[in-house]
Design a protein around this ligand. Structure first.
Ligand code: NAD
Length: 263
């Protein structure tokens, strides 16, 4: 898929990776870019920066009726949605001390919101025999996020759901990509690093912390190839292979890195 004349919706579009995708999709010639986020002012600022093809919508991705309304309004306005980017996500930086409320929020934003948006957008895509779902997961979904149990578990679930969707709907014209970056220079990681969180420090020590525009480059390339796994950090493929082939060795290596960072 290329973005020329496409109608794209991006959740979590007010900042970081989502904002970079909005800018890049417009630059690639998208017909419309809907920037949706809990943060209404942030979404408006991004849409204004992108220009007339973009508009902002405030929504909470955990509220299914709001997601349904977003999809219905966009289809009414532009006639279709070609690409739905379920990109909003939350980290907790907590282990077993994470509260049930933390787990619930991570589950609702990182996983259930992908179910809700897919439920809403799929009928129109299936009727047209084409459509693209880009689900922002994380390298944490194919590896592990040290220091964040809810993030690790929910991002693994998000990759599992994306893979299930890809297998189930590919023959009906639906393409699915799971975007799995490692460190990206966005408020999510910057706040963790500023607070000295172990998880953020492990990410920073495990590879380059990319500018969100570099993630957008990888997305454009991945969509062009209609590749399932989009890895802005290519080394994540080698890490995942190592983890699959030798889980104990992989875990030992990660524990060693954690010990080094803690000392
Ligand atoms: N930054 C990284 O290092 C990194 C690495 C891998 C994956 N990711 C993933 O990338 C995605 C984007 O994150 P980012 O790094 O740009 O962080 P970010 O915090 O800058 O952006 C996340 C956006 O999601 C929005 N959001 C959160 N909860 C929402 C809700 N309930 N409804 C609507 N919007 C909501 C926030 O307002 C924010 O604008 C997330 O899914 C994140 O897990 C980030």
């Amino acid at each position: 898929m290329n973005l020329t004349d496409r109608v794209a919706v991006i959740t979590g579009g007010a900042g970081g990776i989502g904002a970079a995708l909005a800018r890049r999709f417009a630059a690639e010639g998208a017909a419309a870019v809907v920037v949706a986020d809990l943060d209404a002012a942030g979404a408006r600022a991004v849409a204004e920066g992108v220009g007339p093809v973009a508009h902002a919508v405030q929504l909470d991705v955990t509220a299914e009726e709001q997601v349904r309304a977003l999809v219905a309004d966009t289809e009414r306005r532009y006639g279709r949605i070609d690409l739905f980017c379920a990109n909003a996500g939350v980290a907790t930086e907590a282990g077993l001390d994470a509260t049930d409320a933390d787990w619930d929020r991570a589950w609702r934003v990182n996983v259930l919101a992908h179910v809700h948006s897919t439920r809403a957008v799929l009928p129109g895509m299936l009727a047209r025999g084409q459509g693209y779902l880009l689900h922002t997961c994380s390298a944490a979904g194919v590896l592990t996020a040290v220091g964040d149990a809810p993030y690790t578990a929910t991002k693994h679930a998000a990759v599992g759901l994306a893979e299930w969707l890809a297998i189930t709907y590919r023959d009906q014209g639906i393409r699915v990509s799971a975007l799995c970056p490692q460190g990206v220079d966005t408020p999510m990681l910057a706040e963790g690093l500023a607070a000295g969180h172990l998880g953020a420090r492990v990410i920073a020590a495990s590879g380059a912390v990319l500018h969100p525009d570099r993630v957008a480059d990888a997305v454009i390339a991945g969509l062009a190839e209609e590749r399932f796994l989009i890895l802005p950090h290519p080394e994540v493929a080698a890490y995942a292979r190592r983890r699959a082939e030798d889980p104990d060795g992989w875990q030992a290596g990660l524990r060693k890195l954690v010990r080094r960072l803690r000392s």
